[in-house]
Ligand binder design. Structure first.
Ligand code: HEM
Length: 385
């Protein structure tokens, strides 16, 4: 919440350079993402054109991208240990996200409330999930330690162990910090990206004409088979506009993450004392009527100029800005582009034919992460239409 000091700087620098070292922002990471997309596509095809909820397989796919960096490998979606880690992360996430009271408490850090009977029960369950996840990660770290080779760092954990040795056990690179760093990367890096993609899928279902327009652009530049690469973005203005509108329209972290002033500040005539908890209202930036015409409407076209060129906006800041902006922004942008383009290239997304209404796109979960309510849809393989 408050740390901007040397300890945090060393962790941040290490995280940033290690993610880059393991391919983030480079072609090698793109290859790992496209490899995972193929597994995801197969898992979607198993539903054989029937309505299903994509949430768990999408989370598995995106978590495998994190896993390939952090643990040096991907997991089959039915691997027992992977399933347990994912389930425990998801349980904590759902407890907090879909319960107004819990999310408010968690978000506003009202720690004293956890002693009230109801909250103490929920908190106990959350802590249990954290403990089990940490226990499973501890086993994985122990396996890494027993096969560690300082000349061949296979993944983030090895890199951390190497740093630990180099720093000779200083307080920034402890075993405990490693376990929590790994858990945080899974938590921060999987549900966020998977949730953004679920809002994108909901937008496709709600706007079939825009879905068709997107597919037309994808087919024009990539055809039906060519694997997308981030470099293609410059030729795909509508796709970029669609993604930017998803980021704007459904701000998944509406209030970012809590920060705290570490000195007295005067901002635009307001004095904010040292030690004040601060939230940046990203949602307000994305819905500012002085900047956006009809901000409550989903209009990718608003991000195109008269000639149809994409206009990158500095009023769309889903990853926040400043020294503590999202560590995984590059990876997330890469993932969202490659997954979205690949999915629209391979499938047509349609509403559940048995549902009376379209799934809700107006309201999501309340709390640190704004996620869609669970919904089913049909993914019709392009070869069948
Ligand atoms: C679409 C996906 C994502 C969105 C919208 C998102 C958004 C954010 C936001 C708003 C913050 C808070 C920034 C601040 O407080 O100023 C944040 C922090 C963070 N994110 Fe992400 N994120 C996404 C994906 C990822 C991924 C894939 C990773 C993993 C590599 C990741 C790792 C982190 C970490 C470690 C932090 C804390 C940074 C710090 O405090 O120094 N995020 N993210």
């Amino acid at each position: 919440l408050i740390d901007y000091g040397d300890w945090w700087k060393r962790q941040r620098r290490f995280g940033f350079s290690t993610l880059r070292g393991f391919g983030v922002g480079k072609r090698s990471m793109e290859d790992r993402i496209t490899e995972e997309v193929a597994y995801l596509n197969n898992a979607i095809r198993l539903h054989d054109g029937k309505a299903f909820d994509i949430q768990s397989i999408l989370s598995n796919a995106v978590s495998n991208n994190i896993s390939s960096i952090v643990l040096g490998r991907r997991f089959e979606y039915d691997d027992e240990r992977f399933k347990e880690i994912m389930a425990r992360l998801a349980m904590g996430y759902h407890t907090v996200m879909f319960n107004k009271f819990c999310s408010t408490i968690q978000h506003f850090n009202a720690i004293s409330c956890v002693h009230l009977p109801y909250f103490s029960r929920v908190n106990k369950k959350l802590m249990e999930d954290v403990d089990v996840t940490i226990k499973l990660l501890r086993e994985i770290v122990a396996e890494h330690k027993s096969s560690y080779d300082q000349n061949n760092h296979r993944d983030f954990i090895d890199a951390f162990l190497g740093e630990q040795k180099a720093q000779n056990g200083t307080d920034a690179f402890t075993d405990k910090q490693l376990l929590h760093y790994v858990r945080d990367l899974f938590f921060a890096g999987s549900e966020t990206t998977a949730t953004t993609l679920r809002w994108a899928l909901l937008s496709l279902i709600h706007h079939p004409k825009k879905q068709e327009k997107l597919r037309k652009e994808i087919f024009k530049f990539l055809g039906k088979e060519k694997i997308p690469a981030v470099d293609n973005k410059s030729y795909m203005p509508y796709t970029c506009a669609f993604m930017q509108e998803v980021y704007r329209y459904r701000t998944i972290a509406p209030l970012g993450v809590a920060h705290m002033t570490n000195e007295d500040v005067n901002l635009n005539g307001y004095s904010i004392p040292n030690g004040t908890t601060i939230f940046v209202n990203l949602w307000a930036v994305h819905n500012n009527p002085d900047v956006w015409d009809e901000p409550n409407k989903f209009k990718p076209e608003r991000h195109l100029d008269d000639k149809g060129n994409f206009v990158q906006s500095n009023h769309v800041i889903p990853f926040s800005v400043g020294p503590r902006h999202c560590l995984g922004e590059k990876l997330a942008r890469m993932e969202v582009f490659i997954y979205l383009v690949s999915l629209v290239q391979k499938f047509e997304f349609l509403p559940d034919p048995d549902a009376t209404d379209l799934p809700d796109i107006e309201n999501g979960s309340y709390g640190p992460l704004c996620a869609p309510k669970p919904f089913k849809m049909v993914a019709r393989s392009k070869s069948t239409y």
